[in-house]
Design a protein around this ligand. Structure first.
Ligand SMILES: Nc1ncnc2c1ncn2[C@@H]1O[C@H](COP(=O)(O)OP(=O)(O)O)[C@@H](O)[C@H]1O
Ligand SMILES: [Mg+2]
Length: 362
């Protein structure tokens, strides 16, 4: 999983005398759409190299270590081992054309390096529909190969399920004994609706003790349901009055689906009388402090200009468990995306953002 955060400049916590007051706030939580475990760490390596070239060896210590790729790969191997079949494989469920291939293949290489015994296969959901089955023990078998762990790299958007066939395949995988990353429960836990419901008074208290609740709640901004009731109406009124203060979000992942600014008003008025509005949530807009720097962007023919930018930090973690116990729970590493300050979303693939690395201040 990867939990994403931005610094919010409307807070008054002072971390450093050279940096404006701000505080970490959660943007969202990803369970499948959790990439950049390789491009994150490698950005740090590039910055380390540039520092050395420029003679800033003293400052190298300010670029934190980042073991996201190794952490993810070790965790997949740990799950593979827990399943207990040394002949079994780890299955990566992938799209027909993997646009993020320069990130996605690296856990495969790392797993091979860490434990050459572990076989990794990549299959599309259509290939799985044709060639996978459950054996009499409920184990997942593909072309006679038993699967210990299923690692989804797709499956979070409707386009992954164009017909009933793909849904049937997802159900087959879900029903199998293989360890899934994520299970359907955790897939749903990554939904914006769940994020919003968890922010309701009393919700976190079901899972955490008082001290933990306080710490977790501290990273939430305001999240609001758009149900068809008095509370939902109040939320709509609030958003219509100051749309620039919010982000309107559907139950989608992968960037480019949220609504900002004046369009929030249009969308809310359009669906005010429809049940559709309950499928969206409203969120306070986070205003990260602006930094200045260079970004390598597509289409540039000259030296990159100095730009105003904002950043979003993703923290990778892993949790392995079953309905009764948690067997493993770790923080694995991070990735930082920096985008031009005027862009609503930080799409790296869209060309508005780029992989970056944090610089720690004493
Ligand atoms: N509350 C917010 N305040 C400011 N920017 C936001 C907020 N929520 C999302 N964004 C911006 O939109 C991008 C996409 O939103 P996100 O919730 O992460 O959806 P997705 O699942 O599509 O990645 C984020 O990376 C961030 O740049
Ligand atoms: Mg996101």
């Amino acid at each position: 999983m990867r939990s994403d955060y931005m610094l919010d400049s409307t807070c008054d916590r002072k971390y450093h005398s050279d940096y404006p007051p701000c505080d970490w706030k959660q943007v969202e939580y990803n369970t499948i759409a959790a990439g950049f475990y390789w491009l994150g760490p490698v950005s740090g390596d590039i910055h380390r190299y540039v520092f050395q070239e420029l003679g800033y060896d003293e400052q190298l210590k300010n670029l934190p270590e980042n073991n996201a790729l190794a952490g993810l790969s070790e965790s997949l191997i740990e799950a593979w081992r827990l399943y207990g079949n040394p002949e079994g494989a780890i299955l990566f469920v992938v799209e027909k054309v993997s646009y993020n291939i320069c990130d996605q293949r690296f856990p495969e290489f790392k797993i091979r390096e860490l434990n050459p015994q572990v076989k990794v296969i990549r299959r599309t959901i259509d290939e799985l529909g044709e060639r996978s089955r459950l054996n009499q023990n409920g184990e997942l078998v593909i072309d006679n190969l038993l699967i210990n762990v299923i690692y989804y790299r797709i499956g979070y958007e409707p386009a992954s399920y164009p017909t009933q066939k793909q849904w049937d395949t997802r159900l087959l995988l879900e029903r199998s004994k293989a360890i899934k990353c994520p299970t359907i429960h955790y897939h749903l836990a990554g939904a914006k609706k769940v994020q919003q419901e968890l922010s309701r008074p009393g919700a976190l208290e079901r899972f955490l003790d008082e001290k933990q609740v306080e710490m977790v709640r501290d990273i939430f901004v305001g999240l609001y349901a758009l149900d068809i009731n008095e509370e939902g109406e109040k939320t709509i009124e609030m958003a219509l009055k100051n749309p620039e203060r919010y982000v309107l979000k559907p139950q989608r992942e992968g960037g480019g689906n949220n609504i900002y600014g004046a369009e929030i008003r249009e969308e809310l008025l359009r669906m005010r009388d429809s049940k559709e509005r309950t499928a969206w949530i409203l969120m306070d807009r986070i205003c990260p402090p602006i930094t200045k720097g260079y970004m390598i962007r597509p289409g540039a023919s000259t030296l990159p200009p100095i730009l105003e930018m904002v950043s979003e930090l993703g923290i990778f973690g892993v949790l392995i468990g079953n309905s009764e116990e948690i067997l493993s729970k770790k923080q694995l590493g991070h990735m930082l995306r920096t985008k031009i300050a005027t862009a609503n979303e930080g799409g790296v693939a869209a060309g508005d953002g780029s992989l970056d690395s944090p610089y720690l201040l004493d």
